[in-house]
Design a binder for this molecule. Structure first.
Ligand code: NAP
Length: 258
């Protein structure tokens, strides 16, 4: 029997076939999990619909801008009606305004700071809270967020996104501590750089890929499938004793000093 047979999950953050969320979703579906997907606005609906129709027909597709509480409520209402419970939630969403990424960090605008924290960090709290009643129907749940090394060290060009990721990582720990007694686990993967739509918004991203590949102990960049397999592990009962962790999947880049 597949590892996740009978389980249900919701995936936030598929933009296209290169998205980390799509890679993790494929690993979850391979193991038998039924999935719901959300998309932000009609612009992305077509792309997500094309992927799910081709690879996971019958998946639920729901609109959700994570800054919109009414849309968040509607997503979980619909999942409740359709699945009756929820076992897993994947948060693979981040945004920062272009200017705030490109300018010197000292120039970060108040609005850019607020928006990047709202979308990239607060949304984890809002989504997890909305999922709680459905996790309870499943006697527990597992939540996974995606983060990057720039949360812990100052990485050139990552700027306000690094500060938002630091908030995301702290939110993972506070949510894990708060929800552990309800058997809800919350973890994050800190992925090495992967060439996606969001990544291309980071100035000097190609140089970053090259630098990581040269310095990482495995002397290469991480593959999407490797992030997906780690995501499968953290969202499945295989990791039942792990919560509040930020797990690096970066070919070891983070452990190197000089
Ligand atoms: P991606 O394919 O561009 O995914 C980012 C997703 O976030 C997109 O689907 C995007 O939708 C969505 N999003 C942005 N604002 C949103 C909002 N208000 N409401 C709902 N969704 C919204 O890029 P990715 O690299 O796979 O990113 C996924 C996660 O991995 C992010 O948290 C990212 O920071 C993290 N991560 C990426 C890397 C990397 O090198 N790629 C490394 C470490 C961590 P729109 O396209 O409509 O904005």
């Amino acid at each position: 029997m597949a590892l996740l047979e009978g389980q249900t999950g919701v995936v936030f953050g598929v933009a296209n076939k290169r998205s980390i969320a799509w890679a993790i979703a494929q690993a979850l579906a391979r193991e038998g999990m039924r999935l719901a997907f959300t998309y932000q606005g009609d612009r992305l609906k077509e792309s997500v619909e094309a992927l799910t129709t081709a690879h996971m027909p019958g998946s639920l597709l729901l609109p959700c801008d994570v800054t919109n509480d009414a849309e968040i409520d509607a997503v979980f209402q619909r999942i409740g009606e359709e699945y009756g419970k929820l076992d897993a939630l994947l948060h693979s969403v981040a945004f920062a305004p272009k200017d705030d990424l490109e300018n010197d960090f000292i120039q970060t605008s108040r609005d850019g700071f607020k928006l990047s924290h709202d979308i990239s960090a607060y949304s984890l709290v809002a989504l997890t809270r909305a999922a709680l009643p459905l996790f309870e129907k499943a006697n527990g749940g597992s939540v996974l967020a995606l983060t990057y090394y720039g949360a812990q060290k100052a990485v050139e060009g990552y700027n306000v996104m690094g500060v938002a990721k630091a908030s995301l990582e702290a939110s993972v720990r506070y949510l894990a501590a708060n929800l552990g007694p309800r058997n809800v686990r919350v973890n994050a993967i800190s992925a090495g750089p992967v060439n996606t739509l969001a990544a291309r918004g980071i100035k000097g991203f190609t140089g970053m890929l090259k630098h990581h590949a040269e310095r990482a102990p495995l002397r290469r960049n991480v593959e999407l499938e490797e992030v997906a397999n780690a995501g499968l592990f953290l969202l499945s009962p295989m990791s039942s004793g792990i919560t509040g962790e930020v797990m690096f999947v970066d070919c070891g880049y983070n452990i190197v000093g000089l």
